[in-house]
Write a new protein. Sequence first.
Length: 352
Amino acid sequence: MTAGSTLARASLFLFLAATAFAQTRIPGFLWEGDVDQSAVLLLQGGRLEASSPRGEPVQNQRYRVLQPPVDSRQIVRLDILEGRGSARVTQQPTLENDYSVAVSIEDRQDGRSHYSIALYWDSPVEQIVPGRKPWKDVGWQGDGARPELGKPVKLTWSGRVEGETVVECRLSECRATMPHGLPLTDARARFERPVPRADMLVRVSGSDAGGNIRILEQPLAANNYTVRVGIAEGCGGRRACRFTLEWREPDVTERKVEARRALFWSGEVTGAVRVTVRDSSTLSSGHVTGEQPLFDRPLPHRAGLPLAIRKLHGRGTVEIVETPSDQNGFSLIFEIQDPGPGSSDYQIELSW
């Protein structure tokens, strides 16, 4: 083989690699949701249908089509961004199935798990067709889609009230307590979105708002992010009291995310031991026997996670010494320092 042919082959390889990268670096479709046992996603054009052959229906799902939908026979590729189970493309787009794509998700562990997937396809350059509107990205859709940042969100409540009443609203539920007066009847609440778990300012409005209806407490960490509304004297007669709470959705980049237990680790440790956590596995260095990791969910491939470590049993100290990043392959490393003499049993809980 001549040097020229070798150079030509190398150039061709780099061109093909660059072309493949250009075709796959931007996903055409993003989806996330909480899956119990199984889920099937059917994407056709810009429309999505989700079903659950086994287990409870998918919750908190949202999706986004970032590229013009598939309209020709081609290979759709899938990448699991987060999830402890498996996901695969079970139907590729063809003329016979009206260029629809099917994805099957299998979750074999108990309880729900959050999944996030991306689909990639070679998006052709759009042609302007007379009478047809050009395709555009309309943003996140679905039950779990967050409202646009800064867009007002409303909660409307009504009920027949006689006398003093306090209405407490938290997440997607409102409850009323009546220290005095007649029982509350016909209570109804309509949520555009759940009350966020964030410090924010909530305003009350409506024909009955004012001196008779006012906010007693704003949502804070101290009251478990609950809005309390006081109704001083009821509304009189058979007329129902009504009020509307309004807030602006907090910036999701600034919203505090709480870590939840994800890994229970136990083992017998002598001296210093380092444990590396990646995905759903652990690797230890040092003298440790009987190591047993029990995962509630895998470690996501994401930097900036909220992390916490707690020692449940053991005489030494434990601490996180390295957090997930692109540089370490999104691994978490914690260290155990046992003072001795001999060994000691440890039980450790990690949350993310």
